[in-house]
Design a protein around this ligand. Structure first.
Ligand SMILES: C[S@@+](CC[C@H](N)C(=O)[O-])C[C@H]1O[C@@H](n2cnc3c(N)ncnc32)[C@H](O)[C@@H]1O
Length: 305
């Protein structure tokens, strides 16, 4: 989710893309990202791996169905979702893109986080750089999806990453519940960030009063199902995440087991106490500058400094 303290996102958030053609983009057309990691957005390696693993596990288990994304921005997560479509399956994305929001709070969110960089043509260009056809695009507030245009039980995977306001997210969860098949998975972004309490409220309300069962928690995303969480859990535990530099933990929430995945922290053995405190306290952009300055100092002082 957009936040001043997410440096990876800040680095990429203003480089939208455009259609590739044999002759290159025409004047004024947005330029497409050359690599998936160049697509601006807030979808990072750990969740990319979890999405890929769970979508592939569904396909391997013979679970079929469409994929739905609420909130796509410039296509970083949608491109990965599109990778996993099997014959007969369909991806639908819903985003305001360059349209007006339906209420003042949502409009404020849009202005603060996305307006300067987001266009539908940028999304389309990025998506078409990696897939031959666009998904179905609903350019509107996600609340329009409550009209039943997504058939009940038609989806196997829904990614909710649009507005972070409680009322919107609660509505998005209701859409996902109807759209998902029995074994389908819903993933919600920003369920635990300090600046998105509305998402937290809607997620845990769905858990405690709406039958949503958590299966996996990452620092950024909540993964759950209204079906049986056990096959999902088995599919996750079948992979040696630790060997790939992740941590795996298990917690119990009101009697339900839930897995947690995170990035393993590299040992900081050679850092001095003061250097570690400094690097831990500074925001990432500043941290990079400090690292550079410390590196230069070490080089000047010579080995062992
Ligand atoms: C955090 S971004 C999505 C990031 C994207 N999933 C990624 O991983 O890069 C949130 C997106 O939600 C869209 N959005 C915000 N409020 C919305 C609403 N009420 N209906 C539809 N889209 C909305 C914004 O336009 C923005 O593109």
């Amino acid at each position: 989710m957009p936040s001043a303290d997410i440096a990876d996102a800040a680095n990429t958030a203003h480089t939208a893309g455009a259609a590739r053609s044999a002759t290159g983009p025409g004047p004024g057309a947005p330029r497409a990202a050359a690599r998936r990691e160049d697509i601006p957005g807030w979808f990072f390696r750990l969740d990319q791996q979890a999405f890929g693993h769970l979508l592939a596990a569904q396909s391997a288990a013979g679970t079929t169905g469409d994929i739905l994304e609420l909130g796509s921005y410039l296509g970083r997560s949608a491109v990965l979702l599109g990778d996993h479509l099997r014959p007969g399956e369909h991806l639908t994305v819903c985003d305001l893109f360059d349209s007006e929001a339906g209420d003042a709070d949502n409009a404020a969110e849009m202005t603060m986080s996305y307006r300067a960089s987001l266009t539908r043509s940028g999304f389309e260009a990025n998506y078409l750089a990696f897939h031959p056809e666009l998904p179905t695009i609903v350019q509107a507030p996600t609340s329009v999806l409550a009209d039943g245009r997504v058939p009940d039980g038609s989806c196997r995977f829904v990614h909710i990453d649009a507005s972070h306001l409680y009322e919107h997210v609660a509505g998005d969860i209701a859409v996902a519940r109807r759209a998902l098949s029995g074994s389908g998975l819903v993933v919600l972004d920003d369920y635990r960030s300090e600046h998105t309490p509305g998402v937290s409220a809607a997620v845990w309300q769905a858990v405690f009063t709406g039958g949503l069962r958590p299966v996996l928690l990452t620092p950024m995303k909540f993964y759950g199902t209204w079906g049986d969480p056990e096959p999902v859990r088995r599919a996750l535990l079948a992979r040696d995440w630790r060997a790939e530099g992740f941590t795996v933990d298990e917690d119990t929430i009101a009697g339900e087991s839930v897995l947690r995945l995170n990035n393993a922290v590299r040992p900081a053995a050679r850092r001095s106490g003061a250097r570690r405190v400094l690097l831990d306290l500074l925001p990432p952009v500043a941290t990079r500058s400090v690292r550079r300055a410390l590196g230069a100092l070490r080089t000047r002082r010579g080995p062992g400094a």
